[in-house]
Ligand binder design. Structure first.
Ligand SMILES: N[C@@H](CCC(=O)N[C@@H](CS)C(=O)NCC(=O)O)C(=O)O
Length: 219
């Protein structure tokens, strides 16, 4: 039994999208954002108050890239994961970890200081600096996608889901003008994937069924 705790279009979208790619049965528990404030009960489940929380086979994971790595390795060895003996293993891990540590990190600063903080605490300089930082950090993906349709291993992997979410968030928070032509075309291809579309539908359906707003907190 797999349970994913999720807020609409938050980083928990990474494991949600991967669950759909893997066609695994799962329960999607929606929380209003941020659960730490909106739903104090959530702190009993995850003291960090953050999403994702992925509960699978008695294991609990709270890092979105680790969720992707775990699900791909456990349920899709050699297909959506890249095995340790594969020459592309290093690149695979690097993209997976880059997705959050390097790409989503500056995005969260942009979001916080342009959107979530009250007007008197907003920081236009932080927003401008970390928007530029995000654009600069996309250069590696722009280069990798010059010669290939996916990031590594010559095929679609969990790393594409993890990095793809950073592109989704970029679009939601107005950073997609930083996409070069290769990243922009890649993002179009990712959005056309049936599993990506199913994940969008799943979060909308679950939000409506559970009385949570289907709008992303970024809206
Ligand atoms: N590095 C973690 C970050 C998790 C995280 O901060 N999630 C955000 C949503 S995108 C959250 O739950 N924020 C609510 C809060 O900080 O209270 C990951 O990749 O999953």
């Amino acid at each position: 039994m797999i349970t994913l705790h999720h807020c609409v279009s938050a980083r928990s979208f990474r494991p949600l999208w991967l669950l759909e790619e893997l066609a695994l049965p799962y329960t999607l528990k929606m929380w209003p954002f941020p659960p730490r404030v909106q739903s104090r009960d959530y702190l009993a489940l995850n003291p960090l108050g953050t999403v994702p929380l992925l509960e699978v086979e008695g294991v609990r994971l709270t890092e979105s890239a680790a969720c992707c790595q775990f699900l791909a390795a456990r349920f899709s060895p050699g297909v959506l994961e890249v095995a340790a003996h594969d020459p592309a293993y290093g690149a695979y891990l690097n993209w997976l970890h880059m997705s959050d540590a390097t790409l989503t990190f500056p995005q969260t600063l942009v979001l916080r200081y342009s959107h979530f903080e009250p007007p008197e605490r907003q920081q236009p300089q932080v927003v401008e600096d970390y928007s530029r930082w995000f654009g600069a950090r996309l250069r590696a993906a722009e280069a990798a996608l010059q010669e290939a349709d996916t990031l590594c291993a010559g095929r679609f992997t969990a790393a594409d889901v993890a990095v793809g979410y950073a592109l989704m968030l970029a679009e939601l928070i107005g950073l997609s003008s930083a996409f070069g032509p290769n990243v922009a075309a890649y993002w179009q291809r990712l959005q056309a994937r049936p599993a990506y579309q199913r994940a969008l539908q799943a979060q909308r359906d679950a939000a409506l069924a559970q009385g949570v707003s289907p709008q992303p907190a970024t809206a």
